[in-house]
Design a protein around this ligand. Structure first.
Ligand SMILES: Cc1cc2nc3c(=O)[nH]c(=O)nc-3n(C[C@H](O)[C@H](O)[C@H](O)COP(=O)(O)OP(=O)(O)OC[C@H]3O[C@@H](n4cnc5c(N)ncnc54)[C@H](O)[C@@H]3O)c2cc1C
Length: 435
């Protein structure tokens, strides 16, 4: 009873503070994209671990399911719940650093935008990052968020230890001495418990030099292999229309026709802060790594909803050619670029790049239009490539397809049942996949 009072008091307090995505008048939580809503009966933003543990135990006692929201940047319905919705954004910052081993422990709610400068002060940096830095560390780890680079893993692959509250309300620490549990927990979509803290393996601090070029479709095909091998990071946006670059704020020369052309982004290599770079043309910026990665300011209002699929890298060019043809011939009215990135193989059971180097293709539908048929057709095309969807983007996975494309699903489910035997951390979306 006492616990319940504490929760209700905090819930009220939280409504007055900011809970990202929450409309405090109607108690509705919305994701950044505006396409997912949650209607929790209870919301809570603990200010320390003890409060988080009390909230979880109290919800379990009251028969509620539990989900945690990060910064709400997933387009898929991962965070929906009619039970308890928690935000760990008050639990942020670094708790310990081992500079020699390049290991750092961080609280779950630490935003990436804070982590970069904090690590830099200690001579360290994240090994890779994606296009934005608004997400929380537990959010990006939980969905295997990634940047680009054929030798670079996702955020999940950086994790060496996790502390979480499991489905019985107990605090569990999972380290490298429990490989099966760790490989399951790294990409777990919040379905194993409430992550409190993580240990990441990071890199020595480094600068990046960003090289931007504009190529034709023929040129990018010719350079595909050499760019992949010779650059730390290589990615590109293929644009179906002259208007496409402006939709993702891609800075291209004014007045240049851009239909069927490519905006290429490369970071040739990591540089120590005082090292001079190899001479390159078309260098747009050089700076600390954490300032170079987030090249897009997503703002507060989404104009697009995204889908992103991982195909085996050895079939990457073929998949991109099929996607280009599909967009040009069947959907010339869809103007958002096709983004293409690359990622190393990794061993986290539910990472979309589990066991295979991948080429990653993403397309977007314009908010306010009926884009679902377009995304569904794209999904069907990519099925021929055994594509695995990004957990945080729109997708059409069902259980039988999940079984087909994730060879280590059983190992993940075994750990899931052990840590959450009563399905406390499952919502409708995850129940359809994991039960
Ligand atoms: C504009 C934009 C740009 C993006 N760029 C990229 C990109 O470059 N690369 C890429 O791979 N993805 C990208 N994404 C996708 C995004 O990185 C992922 O969806 C990511 O998971 C969002 O993190 P978040 O903090 O917003 O978490 P949320 O979306 O709020 O949650 C994601 C998952 O994490 C779980 N979670 C969060 N915190 C905890 C916790 N403490 N304990 C347990 N579970 C938790 C949630 O339950 C949920 O399952 C982008 C998305 C947007 C909108």
């Amino acid at each position: 009873m006492q616990n319940k009072e504490i929760i209700e008091h905090k819930t009220k307090k939280m409504s007055q503070t900011q809970f990202k995505g929450l409309d405090s008048d109607s108690q509705v939580w919305r994701n950044w994209g505006g396409n997912v809503e949650a209607h929790p009966v209870r919301i809570f933003k603990p200010i320390n671990e003890e409060e988080a543990i009390t909230a979880v135990r109290s919800a379990i006692r009251d028969g509620l399911t539990i989900r945690v929201a990060g910064s709400g940047h997933s387009f898929s319905p991962l965070v929906t719940t009619d039970g308890l919705l928690m935000s760990l954004s008050e639990l942020h910052g670094i708790t310990s650093i081992d500079t020699e081993r390049r290991r750092v422990r961080v609280r779950a709610g630490t935003p990436l935008r804070d982590l970069g400068p904090l690590l830099w002060e200690k001579g360290l940096a994240l090994t890779n990052q994606g296009n934005i830095d608004q997400q929380e560390i537990a959010g990006v780890v939980s969905t295997a968020t990634h940047g680009s680079g054929i030798n670079m893993g996702s955020f999940s692959s950086m994790v060496r230890w996790i502390k979480l509250i499991d489905g019985t309300g107990e605090v569990v620490e999972i380290g490298e001495d429990h490989p099966q549990k760790l490989l399951a927990a790294r990409t777990s979509m919040g379905a194993l418990g409430v992550i409190l803290e993580l240990e990441l393996e990071v890199s020595d601090a480094y600068d990046l030099q960003e090289v931007i070029t504009f190529l034709t479709w023929e040129e990018i095909q010719d350079k595909w292999e050499s760019y992949l091998m010779e650059n730390r990071h290589f990615s590109f946006f293929w644009c179906p229309h002259d208007m496409s670059p402006s939709l993702y704020n891609l800075n291209v020369p004014k007045g240049t026709p851009f239909a069927d052309r490519v905006y290429v982004k490369r970071y040739p290599g990591a540089l120590t802060p005082d090292e001079s770079a190899r001479s390159e043309q078309n260098v747009r910026r050089r700076d600390r790594s954490y300032r170079i990665y987030p090249d897009q300011d997503p703002g507060n209002i989404a104009s697009f909803h995204e889908l992103e699929y991982f195909v085996p890298a050895k079939r990457g060019l073929e998949a991109v050619s099929v996607a280009r043809e599909f967009m040009l011939m069947k959907h010339p009215d869809k103007l958002y670029p096709l983004e293409v990135r690359f990622i190393a193989a990794e061993d986290s059971y539910m990472s979309p790049s589990y066991g295979r180097e991948s080429t990653v293709l993403s397309i977007s539908g314009k908010v306010g239009t009926d884009y679902m048929p377009y995304l569904r057709e794209f999904d069907a095309l990519m099925e021929d490539f055994d594509a695995r969807p990004h957990w945080g983007k729109i997708h059409f996975l069902n259980r039988s397809r999940l079984e087909r494309i994730y060879p280590a699903l059983d190992k993940f489910l075994e750990v899931r049942s052990e840590l959450d035997p009563n399905g406390v951390f499952l919502n409708k979306h995850l129940r359809s996949l994991f039960i």
